[in-house]
Structure formats: structure tokens, C-alpha cells
Design a protein around this ligand. Structure first.
Ligand SMILES: [Zn+2]
Length: 193
């Protein structure tokens, strides 16, 4: 599997693409979009996530995954649901086309901080959260990058998403983190070399 694959509007995956080595992973975040919520990730990604999570927990903070692998069919359903609610034009702005979501690779996920409010488990994440500040600076040690960073919208085609982590492996993640670049920039640099 190509750990550095880019999936977006221009580079869509086919309906047949299902990642290898998917494993189920537990989360305590209650489902918001799926009814039968099961989270799947590529095995290596799942292992590294658990290490990162453990590190953050040791510091006294709780984080968990709110979304992992999403199948083509799932994205298709989600997309159609958006269309019926908001119309095509609006949907194209906020939801990925089927095959255009990186979540179909099994190499990425969304995480959030977890807290209890009114006896209920709640979750959210924004750039001011300490959980984000911690993760942002240690993620590369576990092979992760903030895939859609701030002020890089024109390169990634996506708005800043502090919660979306993508696995690329330690060496690449370190390079991307230290040079403050995106996966797109990293790949184009390699091509130029
Ligand atoms: Zn995401």
C-alpha cells in the first residue's frame, strides 16, 4: 500500500478500493453520523494511534477517534444525504465526492478531546484546545501529520482541520513537521529531486 497516496477531488479512488489490513478499533465517542458505529483503521495506523493516545493520556488528557475508515458506499450515502438536505451546489462545498475522501484509505482518522457534560460523553476539538496543542507537536513521532493545516488551503484544497490526522510513517512525518509543509509539497519536492 502506498503510504503517501494523495486522495482528493482530482485523485479519486474507485469503488473497488478497499484498504488492506483493516482492524476494528474501540472508541468511547458516541456515533454521530453512523448508526452502527464501528471504527476501522489500517493495522499499523491503529497501533500508532494507540501509542499516541497513551502518551496524551499520561499527560492527563483524554482523546479518542470520532471517524476512521469510510467506505466508498458510505461516502456515497453521506453525499446523497447532503444533497437532499442542502442541494448539490452547497454539498460540493462541504462534502467529499464518493472516492474523493482520504478516509477511504484507512490511513487517516479524526480525533477529538473527550469530556463529560451533564453525565454525557461529549467530544469536540479546535485549535485552542490543549489536546490539539500537544498532538500537533508530537504526532510526527508516531508517523502522523496534520493533513490539512492552517494557511495551506490552496495547496491541500481543504480548510484547516485540526482533528484530521494522516499516517505517512515516521521519516516523512518528521520531514513534513520540521519543514512546516504539506504532503503535497513533500511529494512535489521528491519529484523535483
Ligand atoms: Zn477527517
Amino acid at each position: 500500500m502506498d503510504l503517501l497516496m494523495i486522495v482528493n477531488k482530482e485523485n479519486r479512488l474507485s469503488k473497488k478500493f478497499v484498504p488492506i489490513d483493516l482492524v476494528e478499533i474501540k472508541t468511547i465517542i458516541p456515533g454521530s453520523v453512523e448508526v452502527d458505529r464501528k471504527i476501522y483503521l489500517n493495522k499499523i495506523v491503529a497501533d500508532k494511534w494507540l501509542e499516541l493516545k497513551k502518551y496524551v493520556e499520561k499527560l492527563g488528557y483524554k482523546i479518542d477517534i470520532s471517524s476512521g475508515y469510510r467506505s466508498y458506499e458510505y461516502q456515497e450515502k453521506l453525499f446523497n444525504k447532503f444533497i437532499s438536505k442542502k442541494g448539490l451546489e452547497q454539498t460540493l462545498k462541504i462534502a467529499a465526492l464518493p472516492g474523493a475522501s482520504e478516509h477511504q484509505t484507512g490511513l487517516c482518522f479524526d480525533y477529538e478531546k473527550v469530556y463529560i457534560e451533564d453525565d454525557k460523553i461529549k467530544s469536540s476539538l479546535n485549535e485552542l484546545d490543549i489536546e490539539y496543542k500537544i498532538v500537533k507537536d508530537v504526532a510526527y513521532k508516531y508517523g502522523f501529520i496534520i493533513r490539512y493545516p492552517k494557511n495551506k488551503e490552496e495547496i491541500t484544497g481543504y480548510k484547516f482541520e485540526p482533528w484530521h490526522l494522516r499516517y505517512v510513517g515516521y521519516e516523512v512525518a518528521k520531514n513534513i513537521y520540521e519543514n512546516d509543509i504539506t504532503l503535497e509539497e513533500y511529494k512535489s519536492k521528491i519529484l523535483i529531486k
